[in-house]
Design a protein around this ligand. Structure first.
Ligand code: NAD
Length: 369
């Protein structure tokens, strides 16, 4: 008998425990109907871990995360811990976890559910039914490159230095994730750099082009990052999967996250390398933070967290049918007018975090009947 796949849940701080409770019930529905058979455990991260253990991530919690087949985290942070030394802050726990898991590819879908097209700052017809995926390289590039620092020149002027650096293997591993994703989607990949002005961009383009030989079924285009930013606002539906480096990917994924208009709806995944047995470290989280302004009120939108679980089903466990079922249930619930306060429209009464979770479960049960 093969061992049960292990999921580690990290509720974290602020609205984290509330949206985790809603997501946990959705996970329980999949378990109780026999659609999944996971071993689910929970641990602490962030401010709550600092309060309990004096550190935002214990070695034991990190080890558990490394041993898990997938990690699902809600959010960390809050004003209470903003006064702590940098090393003890909740966000350091998250950075340590990402590093410890070796996740180098950050996947950020920007999906606009038809009924929420009015929530975008762009015209509804520009974003309606949008479904794109941005893949950002997470562990290399200018945020990590050496030399770096601020130095004083002999003439007294100061100079700030950062270095954009990429090796072939760093480019190939993230491009491979993007090609694989495109293969499972609409088979279109747009690789983004600035090969017109940066040598690292020239290398990026060459390596992605070489790798394309293994993915001939995927259509590959190259685009300069400045043009891509413009195109994402002008006509985002031209894209399927976009892959870019750490810096450009950071900007483009934040830009794309605003196309749907609501933070509470957006999941994300961060993936690492596959080992010889095919196991891949994987970390899933909503893109929003701990929302201290609404924490404890039971009104947070749990859908980004629930959809992060959907991404886990799809990408870590190859359960496309379960992921499709969950996404359809979320879509139908929204179509039926069930809304938390952040996405409520005129004439609708907002529901609680728990009620939104229950509505998704009810719809899952209806769809599955
Ligand atoms: P935030 O994402 O927590 O909140 C921004 C705004 O969006 C707030 O008005 C909030 O109420 C709202 N919002 C966010 N998620 C929501 C949801 N699920 N439902 C309804 N409304 C939601 O960003 P912030 O206010 O800049 O940061 C708050 C704290 O979160 C800080 O301590 C920050 O460091 C931390 N943070 C953590 C992460 C993470 O855990 N990955 C990411 C970003 C920020």
């Amino acid at each position: 008998m093969t061992a049960k796949k292990k999921i580690l849940l990290l509720p974290g701080d602020g609205i984290g425990p509330e949206i985790t409770a809603a997501a946990r019930k959705v996970m329980d529905w999949f378990q109780s109907t026999g659609r999944t058979n996971f071993e689910v455990s929970e641990d602490l991260i962030g401010g709550v871990s600092y309060d309990t253990h004096g550190t935002p991530l214990t070695d034991a919690a990190l080890k558990r995360a490394q041993e898990a087949d997938a990690v699902l985290m809600a959010s960390v942070g809050g004003h209470k811990w903003d006064v702590l030394p940098f090393a003890d802050r909740p966000e350091r726990g998250l950075l340590r976890l990402r590093k410890g898991l070796g996740v180098f590819a950050n996947l950020r879908p920007a999906v606009v559910f038809d009924v929420l097209a009015n929530a975008s700052t762009l015209k509804p017809e520009v974003v309606k039914d949008l479904d794109i995926m941005i893949v950002r390289e997470l562990l290399g590039g200018v945020y990590f490159g050496e030399p770096r620092g601020i130095e004083t020149l002999p003439n007294g002027e100061r100079r700030g230095i950062n270095t954009q650096v990429y090796t072939t293997s760093e480019i190939v591993r993230v491009a491979r994730v993007a090609f694989e994703l495109a293969r499972k989607r609409k088979k279109k990949l747009c690789s983004v750099e600035k090969a017109n002005v940066m040598e690292s961009g020239v290398l990026w383009r060459e390596e992605v082009t070489k790798l394309h030989a293994e993915y001939k079924d995927v259509e590959l285009v190259h685009m300069y990052a400045d043009n891509c930013a413009m195109q994402l606002v002008r006509n985002p539906k031209q894209f399927d999967v976009i892959v870019s480096d750490n810096l450009f990917g950071d900007l483009l994924s934040d830009l794309a996250s605003m196309l749907p208009g609501s933070l509470g709806m957006l999941p994300s995944a961060s993936l690492g390398a596959r080992d010889a047995s095919g196991r891949q470290s994987a970390f899933y989280e909503p893109i929003h933070g701990s929302a201290p302004d609404i924490a404890g009120k039971g009104i947070a939108n749990p859908l980004a967290m629930i959809l992060s679980y959907g991404m886990m089903l799809r990408y870590s466990f190859d359960m496309a049918a379960n992921a499709d079922l969950l996404e359809t249930a979320v879509k139908n619930v929204l179509r039926a007018g069930v809304r938390t306060a952040d996405i409520v429209e005129k004439g609708q009464t907002p529901v609680s975090t728990a009620a939104m979770g229950e509505a998704v479960i009810k719809e899952l049960a209806r769809l599955a009947a």
